[in-house]
Design a protein around this ligand. Structure first.
Ligand code: ZN
Length: 658
C-alpha cells in the first residue's frame, strides 16, 4: 500500500523505550453521506513522538486508488487535519472462500453499508503505530456504527445519529476498522462486560447462539488467562463475506456467521485473540508466537474440553499436517523464530501447528497448572505491550523453577523436528528394557511411553537426550510397549502411523480412473463421476477396469480379487455383507467408499456403488470428506457413516514376549 507522508507536529523524541510502539491520539469526527459515498473527517491528531503522519495515497486528489479519491484536506497550526474522500468499492462480486474472505475490500460507503478497514490509512497514522482517542461517528439515523473502543454516547439530532467511541491511551489498538449498517442490535450484560450482537435482520436463534457462546468464551478465558481487556464484545454481521477479528469485536459475513461450526471454533479463536495479539502484542524480533498460543487456548482447548480422545486426535492431525506439507519438502521448513504469517500449508503446519505443540509439550513436562500460571503472568505484565518468546519462557522458568533455555533453543530457534524410533524391547524379569533412537543432531526430549501389562497400563515419561538411549521400566506382566502413544511430542510421523484418507487421494491432483468395461450403461455415468471428482473435462480411464501402477487410482466397483488386494484389516466382504470398522452393512442398502494403500505404494480410492446413477452425485460430494478413510452412504440418502482406519502402529510399537 502506498502512503503519503504529511509533515504535522514536530516533537522532540523523548526517552521512549525502543520496543514500545508509537501511539497516535485522535479527536476525530467522522461524517458519512451514504448516497454520495462521501466521508468527511476532522481530526485533531497528536502523533506522539513521531514527526509526521501518513494518510493513504489513495486519499489524495489524483491518487492511484480510483474509488478512493480525496477532494480536499487542510492542516492547521493546531494539528487539525480536515479531509474528504469518496469510497465505493463494489462488494457484490466478493467471493466466499475459506482462505481469503473479503480481502480485497478496504473502503466502501453506500446505501448497502459502510466499511473502512484498518488495512488502509483512512485515519492519520505513523509506521507501526497504535491508536487511541475519541471518535464521533455521524451517520444517518438508524445506522449503527461499530469500532474498537468504549461506546460512550449515542444521540439523535435532525435525522442523524452521533455515536462516540473512546479508546483509552493505556489500551491503544493497532488499527481502526469501522463498519456501520441498519442493524438489529441486542445488548446483554455478562458480569460487567457488555455482550452485543448486530444482525442485518433480526434472527433469534442466531442471536442466542452467539450471545451464549460469547458468555462461554469470556468465562473460559477469564479463568484461564485473566480478565477480559475491554468493556464490551460485539459480534457484527457483514453484508459481504468477511471473517475478521478486531479488538473487542468480530466482523462475520452473512454466510460465514450461519455456518453451524463457526460459533464453536473460529468465533472462539477470534475472541481469544483479544488476550493474545490485541492486548499482548507480538514483538516480531523472535517470530510470531501469537497464532500457536491462540490455537492452544482456542481450537485445541475446545477439543480438550470434549475429551482426551478428541485432544489426542487433534494433536495427531497437527503431526499429519506437518508430515504432509513439510515432511517430504524440507526446503519449506523454517524455525519458529522466522514465522510471520500463514500463507501456505507449510507455514500453517509450523506457525500454528508446531507452535501449538510446544505448549502441549510444556504441559507434559511442567504440568498444565504451571503453564497456565506463566500465561497469566505474561498477560498481567505485558498488557498493552509487545512480548516475545523470551518473555513467555522467562515466565515459564519463574513458574516452574526450571532452566528452559535448551528447550527454547531447540524448538524456537532450530528448524525441523525429531524422528523417534523404538529399537530392541525385551522383558527382563519384572521390567521392560528398551532402546530409543533419534536421527540427526539429537533433541533433548521427554517422551511418554506406555507399557501394556496383564493388569493394566504403566505410563512413564523418559528423557531421550542422545541419539540412542536404553531404558528400564518396571512393569510386571508386560505384553506390549508403545512410544508416544498419544502424540504428545512434536515429531516426524512414520509413514505407517498415518492412515490412508480421502485427502491423500485428493492431494494427488492427477488420477487414473478404472470402471467395469463390460457394462455399456456404466461408462458414461463413471465418466460423469470422474469429471466431477477431478473438476476436469477429460478424466483418464484405464480401459481395462483395473488400477495401473505408478499413479493414483480411483477404482469403481473393482473385481473381487482387486478389492482384496486393497482391503485394510478393518474391511471384509462376505457375500452381500460388508464389514467396515466392526459394523456390518448390506451392499444393497449402502454404497461404500474408502481410501487404501495400494500394492505399489500410492493411496488409492475404492468406490463400491449399487446403482451407477448415483455415481455423478458422489463425484461432487467426496471432496468434502477429505479427512476420512471411509464413507458408508445409505442408498436412500442422508449423511454417510464415516471414520478412519487405525494406523498400523509401525516402528514405535512392539509386542513383548514373556
Ligand atoms: Zn488467529
Amino acid at each position: 500500500m502506498t502512503r503519503l507522508i504529511l509533515p504535522l507536529l514536530l516533537v522532540a523524541t523523548a526517552g521512549l523505550a525502543a520496543d514500545m510502539p508509537a501511539v497516535v491520539t485522535h479527536d476525530a469526527t467522522i461524517t458519512f453521506d451514504v448516497d454520495s459515498h462521501t466521508v468527511t473527517i476532522v481530526d485533531r491528531v497528536d502523533p506522539g513522538d513521531a514527526g509526521a503522519v501518513q494518510l493513504d495515497a489513495g486519499l489524495t486528489p489524483g491518487g492511484d486508488r480510483g474509488e478512493l479519491a480525496s477532494e480536499s484536506r487542510e492542516i492547521d497550526a493546531a494539528g487539525e487535519l480536515a479531509y474528504v474522500f469518496t469510497a465505493h468499492q463494489p462488494t457484490d462480486e466478493v467471493q466466499f472462500s475459506r482462505e481469503r474472505v473479503g480481502g480485497e475490500i478496504t473502503a466502501t460507503v453506500g446505501p448497502e453499508g459502510i466499511y473502512l478497514s484498518s488495512g488502509v490509512a483512512w485515519l492519520a497514522t505513523v509506521e507501526e503505530a497504535m491508536h487511541a482517542g475519541s471518535f464521533t461517528i455521524d451517520t444517518p439515523a438508524g445506522w449503527y456504527p461499530v469500532m474498537s473502543g468504549r461506546l460512550v454516547a449515542q444521540e439523535e439530532n435532525g435525522g442523524r445519529w452521533r455515536t462516540t467511541y473512546e479508546i483509552a491511551a493505556e489500551a491503544p489498538v493497532d488499527g481502526i476498522s469501522l463498519v456501520a449498517n441498519t442493524y438489529a442490535v441486542t445488548e446483554r450484560d455478562h458480569d460487567g462486560v457488555t455482550m452485543r450482537i448486530c444482525l442485518l435482520e433480526p434472527d433469534e436463534r442466531l442471536r442466542e447462539t452467539y450471545l451464549e457462546r460469547t458468555a462461554f468464551y469470556l468465562d473460559l478465558y477469564g479463568e484461564m488467562i485473566g480478565p477480559y481487556p475491554y468493556d464490551a464484545f460485539t459480534t457484527v454481521e457483514n453484508w459481504f463475506p468477511t471473517g475478521y477479528g478486531m479488538p473487542g469485536w468480530t466482523l462475520l459475513g452473512a454466510q460465514v456467521i450461519r455456518l453451524p461450526f463457526i460459533p464453536y471454533t473460529s468465533f472462539g479463536h477470534e475472541i481469544a485473540h483479544n488476550w493474545w495479539g490485541n492486548s499482548v502484542f507480538v514483538d516480531p524480533g523472535e517470530g510470531n508466537w501469537c497464532e500457536g498460543l491462540t490455537v492452544y487456548c482456542a481450537d485445541y482447548e475446545y477439543k480438550r474440553l470434549e475429551g482426551e480422545d478428541q485432544a489426542r486426535e487433534y494433536r495427531r492431525n497437527q503431526l499429519k499436517d506437518y508430515a504432509a506439507y513439510v515432511g517430504g519438502h524440507p526446503e519449506r521448513d523454517f524455525a519458529l523464530r522466522e514465522f510471520k504469517a500463514r500463507h501456505s500449508g507449510a507455514t500453517r503446519a509450523v506457525g500454528y501447528g508446531k507452535s501449538m505443540a510446544i505448549w502441549r509439550m510444556l504441559e507434559v513436562e511442567l504440568g498444565r497448572e504451571t503453564v497456565l500460571a506463566a500465561l497469566q503472568r505474561v498477560y498481567r505484565d505485558f498488557r498493552g505491550k509487545p512480548a516475545a518468546w523470551s518473555d513467555f519462557f522467562a515466565a515459564l522458568e519463574a513458574a516452574s523453577g526450571r532452566d528452559l533455555m535448551a528447550f527454547k533453543a531447540q524448538w524456537i530457534d532450530r528448524t525441523g523436528a525429531p524422528t523417534i524410533t523404538l529399537g530392541e524391547a525385551d522383558v527382563r524379569g519384572e521390567a521392560v528394557v528398551f532402546t530409543l533412537h533419534q536421527e540427526g543432531d539429537p533433541y533433548d526430549l521427554h517422551v511418554p511411553v506406555r507399557i501394556a501389562t496383564t493388569t493394566g497400563a504403566v505410563d512413564e515419561l523418559v528423557r531421550l537426550d542422545a541419539a540412542e538411549k536404553t531404558f528400564r521400566v518396571t512393569a510386571p506382566g508386560a505384553t506390549a510397549i508403545s512410544v508416544d502413544p498419544d502424540f504428545d511430542v512434536f515429531r516426524h510421523l512414520h509413514a505407517s502411523e498415518i492412515e490412508p484418507t480421502l485427502s491423500r487421494v485428493l492431494a494427488a491432483e492427477e488420477w487414473t480412473f478404472a470402471a467395469p468395461t463390460d457394462d455399456l450403461e456404466f461408462q458414461p455415468l463413471a465418466e460423469a463421476f470422474a469429471a466431477a471428482f477431478c473438476e476436469c473435462d477429460a478424466p483418464r480411464f484405464t480401459g481395462h477396469g483395473k488400477p495401473e501402477p505408478g499413479g493414483t487410482n480411483v477404482i469403481i466397483n473393482p473385481p473381487y480379487e482387486v478389492l482384496m488386494e486393497y482391503a485394510p484389516e478393518e474391511f471384509a466382504l462376505e457375500g452381500p455383507i460388508a464389514t467396515v470398522a466392526g459394523e456390518e452393512y448390506s451392499v444393497g442398502s449402502f454404497d461404500i467408499v474408502f481410501a487404501a494403500d495400494s500394492p505399489h505404494g500410492t493411496t488409492d480410492l475404492i468406490v463400491m456403488v449399487g446403482d451407477p446413477r448415483r455415481l455423478p452425485g458422489y463425484g461432487r460430494r467426496l471432496p468434502h470428506y477429505g479427512k476420512y478413510s471411509y464413507l458408508v452412504f445409505p442408498v436412500e440418502g442422508g449423511r454417510p457413516v464415516r471414520g478412519n482406519w487405525m494406523p498400523r502402529g509401525g516402528p514405535l510399537h512392539a509386542e513383548l514376549l514373556p
